[in-house]
Ligand binder design. Sequence first.
Ligand SMILES: [Zn+2]
Length: 429
Amino acid sequence: MYHSQQQVDVKKQLRFRAWLFFLLLPVMVVVSFAFIFPNTFFSLSTSFYFNNIQNTFSEAVLERDDPNLTLEKDAIDQQQIQLTYSHKVKSGETLADIFKLYGLNNDDLLSMIKVRPQAIPLLNGQVVEWKQDGSGRLLSMQIHRSVRLSSSYIKEKNQFVFKPLLTTSETKLSIVEGRVGRNFYQSARAIGLTRDQIQTIATALYWQVDVTSPVTIGDKFAIELEQNIIGDETVGLGKVMAIRYQHRGNDIQVMRFNDGHFYYANGMSVEKSLDRLPLQRSYPVSSEFNPHRLNPVTHQYAPHYGTDLATPIGTAVYATGDGVVKKVGDHPLAGKYIVISHGRVYSTHFFHLSQSLVKVGDKIKRGQKIALTGNTGRSTGPHLHYELRQNGQPIDAMLAPLPTQKMIPASQRHEFIRQIKVRMSALYI
Ligand SMILES: [Zn+2]
């Protein structure tokens, strides 16, 4: 009798454990999913948050070009009426995805589709190139389908005009040389370089020499340009292929590789890496990047140029790349904020902080602790507003491709080093 009672107890206990296991199973699945796929998990939770207006609009709408929260334009940027951007298409990516990543207006996409729907589908590896004006408006877009064929959409009087572009595979290299007089921009213009070419050169050289700085007076430079030829005529503005620049005894040499990026003579890229997140781990996204957001209740335009990360007050914030602190301040809406410039192209913006650990002019390294998060300014809960800009244009910091400092693959490095020696000897100055 005693024996069988014990058996019943054991059975009961086993049944209880089985129930407990089945009850806890879904919890365990969710937790392990969150651990294995933190990004997917948090973007899923984002869509949940999205239905919650309180969370989606956790801060006041900030002006896109508020001079306190954005960078001043340097001497070259001031001359730019339009800026060129490009994106290499990844497998499965659509034009709508690219519009979303770079904050382009969907109305433009719709009018492009209206004009020529056949040209909209993209293939893996194709390059989309476009121009925007200073306030972010799309001016033209080209989809490079192959070496020779491009689809071109150009905006004329608020309407897009479609043109297929055929380029010959025949190209010609030419060299221009100059010496910096009053400033690099004027001297480069004087020898016939375009605004776009000057922007490209300034960006490629930036981490060695800032050509907008007055210390460049007297510097010498030689540029190799590649132009397409149709018949006897050269067409297009010419692509900058190689640069040799002498600054105070420093001989800087960079050349474009077949991936479109510039590299130094040792095979290292001129770009520096940017990290995805300014935090040590993922936090839920409480409001996504969406510069064309409409408030579903008021139906008012409520753009959001950054990503809101639901961080508890006092969470450490880390610089996502090497750079210089350009702004630290207190703003009635953005609260305590920091703006960092990472070279000529990218800048990062951090709002609603409780404390800044850096000051204006500080040179900082990627991964350096720069601030603590908070709930300052007009914000309805503790969070970090993190914003990434490319040439002053806000882009999706969570999804846009980020620059990486990389070496040319070992298999191709030897040939690149040999090539750059040959080409630089022609750029002897
Ligand atoms: Zn925000």
